[in-house]
Design a binder for this molecule. Structure first.
Ligand code: IPM
Ligand code: MG
Length: 361
């Protein structure tokens, strides 16, 4: 049966990186006879311009009917001054939350060809392969009450609530344990249990689960400040990291930089049934939009994740990842991963090179 993908290019460099990824999708679709179809929709600033809101009903209904979603990036200075509740980022948070995409997988994998693009010494990062499992629909991002209020003395006060229920912790921990079982069998749960009750419950819940259900997975715990330090000190000690929404947001950017460029990292956001939204970890980079310099590889690798997790097409997923390895072997580099002796290419040429490396036509 044919499967349907919704493509949301978004803002800034979104349309360019998506165009490159779409070529790749087209090629694997034919080459592997996947029978995937896709349509386009609007999210973020592009949707605000067309419909006055970042996640309009028309996009919501397209998203509900899709088997998977491929997203570019949202946001930009053009929409920074509009009211907070309808900013582009709110569209992203809303689609995550409404579709229940609670499990955010952010792999930080170092391509050996890029070891010297990392700001850390090559020996510290060589062979790096970390998977960050970030809870994506709860915690302080969504907790109530939240807002900015005026105190009796007239002073303003901003406030948010960090909250996790046991069931939310269990379902994300399950994802982490299961995925760890398919790779290095180690999970590090990151918290701030020395200060925050919400993460004390997190720690207790994850510990109880490991004891009862995952005795073969090695579980460790780390405070988030230490984890931030360990990631740059000795990142290879980690296999799977599981953590809440805010800590995961921060640590995944940090882990991304270990690999040389955030422009290389894909992500998957999954619901309980494997329906997912796939997007690069980087943002919309408005400063370089429209210049054919953005790195499309994170988006292309997000297509690979989509084929793997939503469609169980491992061979096609692997073919894309191998093709990316090949173009790096050929010495092709976008500006963000450029180093001496390599050939600098733009977004379009990089996408075309991956398509060519896939072969099949
Ligand atoms: C991310 C981004 C988003 C987040 C923003 C754009 C709302 O930083 O996907 O990591 O904080 O989750
Ligand atoms: Mg982030």
């Amino acid at each position: 049966m044919s499967k349907n993908i919704l493509i949301l290019a978004g803002d800034g460099i979104g349309p360019e990186i998506i165009a490159a990824a779409e070529q790749v999708l087209q090629r694997v679709n034919t080459k592997f006879g996947l029978e995937l179809t896709w349509q386009h929709g609007l999210l973020g600033g592009a949707a605000i311009d067309a419909h006055g809101e970042p996640y309009p009903a028309v996009t919501a209904s397209q998203a509900a009917n899709a088997d998977a979603i491929l997203l570019g990036a949202v946001g930009g200075p053009k929409w920074d001054s509009i009211e907070r509740s309808i900013r582009p980022e709110r569209g992203l948070l809303k689609i995550r939350s409404e579709l229940n995409l609670f499990a955010n997988l952010r792999p930080a994998l170092l391509y050996p060809q890029l070891a010297d693009a990392s700001s850390l010494k090559p020996e510290v990062v060589a062979g790096l392969d970390i998977l960050i499992v970030r809870e994506l629909t709860g915690g302080i991002y969504f907790g109530q009450p939240r807002g900015i209020r005026e105190l009796e003395n007239g002073e303003k006060q901003g406030y948010n609530t960090d909250v996790y229920s046991e069931s939310e912790i269990k379902r994300i921990a399950k994802v982490a344990f299961e995925l760890a079982g398919l790779r290095g069998s180690k999970v590090c749960s990151v918290d701030k249990a020395n200060v925050l009750e919400v993460t004390e419950l997190w720690k207790q819940t994850v510990t109880a689960m490991q004891q009862a259900e995952y005795p073969n997975i090695e579980l460790s715990h780390m405070y988030v400040d230490n984890a931030a330090m360990q990631l740059v000190r000795a990142p290879k000690q980690f296999d799977v990291i599981v953590t809440g929404n805010l800590f995961g947001d921060i640590l995944s950017d940090e882990a991304a930089m270990l690999t040389g460029s955030i422009g290389m990292l894909p992500s998957a956001s999954l619901d309980e049934n494997g329906k997912g939204m796939y997007e690069p970890c980087h943002g919309s980079a408005p400063d370089i939009a429209g210049q054919d310099v953005a790195n499309p590889l994170a988006t292309i690798l997000s297509v690979a994740m989509m084929l793997r997790y939503s469609f169980r097409e491992e061979a096609a997923a692997k073919a894309i990842e191998d093709a990316v390895g090949q173009v790096l072997d050929q010495g092709l580099r976008t500006a963000d991963i450029m180093s001496e002796g390599m050939q600098r290419v733009g977004t379009v040429a990089m996408g075309a090179a991956v398509v060519a490396a896939l072969g099949g036509e």
